[in-house]
Design a protein around this ligand. Structure first.
Ligand SMILES: *[C@@H]1O[C@H](CO)[C@@H](O)[C@H](O)[C@H]1NC(C)=O
Length: 223
């Protein structure tokens, strides 16, 4: 075998290596409950954030609490967290403070979420399936730290760890995109129906990720 190819295969198969690729049309599937299955995302550019928009799609039948997106820094484990508390209640955390959003329940349907936050006003928005919940306020004047550990499938209670299987996602997650600014409402509506707005922090079409445990990249069921 060609030495370069062999070398590449070794790198690609090495546990703990980051893959990079276009995951458009795909979803990470967590078929079983565990405290050791997860996906780590790598943001190509790491810088402190004064604002952000985070969007993703989730399909699950869970009725217990679970994490949708866990962004931890060494100083703050709940630096950015999107969490389902129970059916009809979601929390958004920024810098360790929480805002709770009541969301109309929907069973057995994939759901699209966008979270926006800006330091200048503290205004925090949660959009579900392209519809805005009532805006709330979190951490006015705060700056979200860089060098984050970004994890799908588990909730971090320490930097890159502290998982609890009672907070793990069982189901599918995809279309995870993040911007370093607040997307205007019309763009959020467009993103929630697969519209284009190129993300500059996390880009699902150029995703750098690492999987651990029972997690598989499969075709999206919601396309
Ligand atoms: C990723 O794949 C989709 C579907 O094949 C395509 O439309 C899109 O342009 C690709 N994106 C990049 C950055 O290559």
């Amino acid at each position: 075998m060609d030495k370069l190819l062999l070398c590449l295969l070794v790198i690609v198969n090495f546990p703990g290596a980051f893959f990079q690729g276009n995951t458009s049309g795909k979803a990470f599937v967590f078929p079983t409950e565990s405290d050791n299955s997860y996906v780590t995302l790598s943001a190509p550019v790491q810088k402190p954030l004064k604002a952000f928009t985070l969007c993703l799609q989730v399909y699950t039948a869970l009725t217990r609490s679970y994490s949708l997106f866990s962004f931890a820094t060494k100083a703050q484990y709940n630096e950015i967290l999107l969490f389902s508390e129970k059916p009809g209640l979601y929390s958004v955390s920024v810098g360790g403070s929480d805002a709770y959003f009541k969301v109309p329940e929907a069973f057995y349907t994939p759901r699209h979420f966008c979270v926006t936050w800006e330091s200048q006003t503290g205004i925090t928005e949660l959009w579900v399936d392209g519809k805005p919940m009532v805006r709330m306020s979190l951490k006015k004047g705060y700056t979200v730290g860089s060098e984050a550990s970004i994890i799908l499938g588990q909730e971090q209670d320490s930097f890159g760890g502290g998982f609890n299987k009672n907070q793990a996602l069982v189901g599918d997650i995809g279309d995870v995109n993040m911007w370093d600014f607040v997307l205007p409402p019309e763009e959020i509506r467009a993103v929630s129906t697969n519209g284009v707005s190129t993300p500059n922090v996390l880009n699902w079409e150029e995703l750098k990720y690492e999987t651990r445990g029972e997690v598989f990249l499969k075709d999206q069921l919601w396309v």
